[in-house]
Design a protein around this ligand. Structure first.
Ligand SMILES: C[S@@+](CC[C@H](N)C(=O)[O-])C[C@H]1O[C@@H](n2cnc3c(N)ncnc32)[C@H](O)[C@@H]1O
Length: 228
């Protein structure tokens, strides 16, 4: 990693609150919104001013806001358009040239647990218990590998699922797809504060039905190999 990038950041997860600064980043009311500090930390460490950052599933535009604030160029796509600077596009085919992007961030659906839109192309309509979920997301993985410049980094957020008495290790299954295209840099555990399951009702349910409350998401940080 170039020296100047190390000097720009201190520790990776050093932003004091999930919503730093006094300007909004994305929209907290958007289902499945990404905490801005996650993107802030990644951009501080892996990009510099003027770099091009892409988010293929940018939802309420958190990546766009953080990147703009840090003077990075940014393109945000989604199927569900909630603001004018998001470009409508299916992440399985990204309209950018090979080896043209400096950093990609993506917080994908984790399963069919959240309704994002009525668009039939939304991957969030497929259960993570179905192999098709990973097959469809792998098409996005391959597009990210194509558009990223060699040796550049991407961050992917995803979580496991426990539903109807069945656990699905969505994170590990997704990791298996990702490592076909990328080299690992790190796996970071994003602990969930303010989550709705951290209540007495959910604690009782967890005891009654013998499951663990899911208190974290994965952040996979990976690099495109220099040879591809
Ligand atoms: C977890 S949300 C992303 C939240 C976003 N990072 C934010 O902070 O607002 C996942 C997003 O993936 C989008 N999505 C699902 N399938 C997609 C596809 N095939 N192409 C593009 N976007 C898709 C959904 O519309 C949703 O906005």
């Amino acid at each position: 990693m170039p020296k100047d990038l190390i000097l720009e950041s201190t520790t990776l997860w050093d932003c004091p609150t999930q919503n730093y600064g006094d300007r909004p980043h994305g929209n907290n009311k958007y289902n499945g919104v990404t905490p801005a500090f996650v993107i802030w930390n990644l951009l501080q460490r892996y990009t510099k001013e003027g770099d091009l950052v892409v988010d293929p599933m940018c939802g309420s535009g958190t990546t766009i806001d953080v990147a703009n604030e840090l003077n990075r160029k940014v393109i945000g796509y989604d199927l569900n358009i909630v603001r004018p600077d998001v470009i409508k596009n299916d992440s399985r085919k990204i309209p950018l040239q090979d080896n043209s992007v400096d950093f990609v961030f993506i917080d994908s659906p984790y399963s069919d647990n959240i309704k994002y839109s009525d668009d039939e192309k939304c991957v969030g309509k497929i259960s993570c218990e179905d192999e098709k979920f990973y097959d469809e997301l792998e098409k996005t993985v391959s597009e990210i590998a194509r558009i990223l410049k060699p040796n550049k980094t991407m961050g992917w957020v995803i979580a496991d699922q426990w539903i109807k008495r069945k656990f699905t290790p969505t994170g590990f299954l997704m990791w298996q797809r990702l490592e076909k295209y990328f080299e690992p840099i790190d796996i970071v555990c994003l602990t969930r504060h303010n989550q709705t399951s951290n209540t007495g009702v959910w604690h009782n349910r967890a005891r009654q039905f013998n499951f663990y409350l899911r208190g974290f998401k994965y952040l996979f940080i990976m690099r495109k190999p220099s040879r591809s």
